[in-house]
Design a protein around this ligand. Structure first.
Ligand code: ZN
Length: 343
């Protein structure tokens, strides 16, 4: 009951990359960089285990950014000529690579870190990939065509590649493949119309657990400012959850603590495991076990106890390392308290 997990990313140590940045520069290159990525992956596995996290991950230590890490292995993408583009409905500008031809995987994307993590932990292992719709929102397309039909074609092209990598991750021994779709909270109508279908294409044929993470973004200023404009009640999930409830995806990860999401929206996910965000990623204040148990208690009104996983609201990548470590420890303590209280 109340297993614990992280959404995905963890801060990169200062010897691996720049800290407190979403697109950090690596501190090394070549074989030295690969060694440093592997060391950081092992370090975070140990920190998660020591904290008492039940479903662990690689902390995304081997990718510069949660979307562009996947794209680095895709042919048909020009990384040399990035362009500035407003992403998430122009919430903030990013330098994004361009799609210039038909997409094809150049090879495995995450084999090294997935196999390394699998070899070094007996815990359940979750691995994250960007979802098709969020990838489409984080690249500049010059090949698949204008307008909605072009975006749909591009999303399904990415979904096919994601599916190849996801099947390979499953073969590596990953227990949960999670797709990150923050774009679902921005383009809700499109998400319900074709985003969930593209997501299902990405997860097709998987027999391990499949998950989707939908959030209001990392704790960066552009997102904090955006959230301030969303009003008293954040009802974005209401448009997407019914489509997800009908989908083949097993688990849904959502924001809860310190968000204005009405908790009763979790009712729309009947039949799914729900990863409830009990850790705020936009604040350095460490949650108390009492606060975490309370959040779990609130969610329990709408989610059966055997389906509730206690999770972070989003990734912790841009945080200070010591803050992230303290939040992981708090997460495990809070879930333990909730187990006592709600057993
Ligand atoms: Zn997130």
């Amino acid at each position: 009951m109340f297993r614990t997990a992280i959404a995905g990313s963890l801060p990169k140590p200062s010897w691996l990359a720049e800290t407190e940045k979403l697109w950090p520069e690596w501190k090394a290159s070549g074989a030295e960089l690969e060694r440093a990525k592997a060391d950081a992956t092992l370090l975070w596995l140990k920190v998660q285990e020591d904290a008492g996290i039940d479903i662990v991950g690689d902390g995304e230590q081997s990718r510069q950014h949660f979307v562009h890490g996947f794209l680095a292995q895709v042919e048909g993408i020009d990384f040399e000529h990035k362009v500035k583009m407003g992403i998430r409905n122009n919430r903030y500008d990013a330098m994004v690579p361009q799609v210039v031809g038909p997409l094809r995987l150049a090879g495995r994307v995450h084999a090294a870190e997935a196999q390394l993590a699998r070899a070094h932990t007996d815990k359940l292992l979750k691995f994250t990939l960007p979802g098709p719709m969020t990838i489409v929102d984080t690249v500049a397309d010059r090949h698949y065509g204008e307008g909605k039909q072009g975006r749909i074609r591009l999303a399904f092209a990415f979904a096919e590649l994601l599916n190849q990598e996801a099947r390979a991750l499953q073969a590596d021994g990953v227990d949960v493949v999670q797709f990150d779709e923050p774009a679902f909270n921005v383009y809700m109508a499109d998400a319900a119309e074709w985003g969930v279908a593209a997501l299902e294409r990405a997860a097709e044929g998987l027999t391990c657990k499949t998950a989707v993470h939908i959030c209001y973004g990392y704790g960066i200023k552009a997102n904090v400012d955006w959230k301030a404009t969303l009003g008293e009640e954040w009802r974005q999930y209401e448009q997407v959850f019914p489509a997800l409830a009908k989908s083949a995806i097993d688990q849904v990860s959502l924001e809860c603590f310190h968000s204005h999401v009405p908790p009763e929206l979790m009712r729309l996910l009947a039949g799914k495991d729900v990863m409830v965000g009990v850790i705020d990623v936009a604040s350095d204040t460490i949650e108390t076990p009492e606060e975490i148990a309370e959040t779990i208690g609130r969610a329990l009104q709408f989610v059966p106890r055997e389906r509730l996983v206690a999770c972070t609201n989003c990734g912790l990548a841009p945080m200070r390392r010591e803050v992230a470590e303290a939040k992981l420890a708090a997460l495990a303590k809070g879930a333990a308290l909730a187990r006592q209280r709600f057993a």
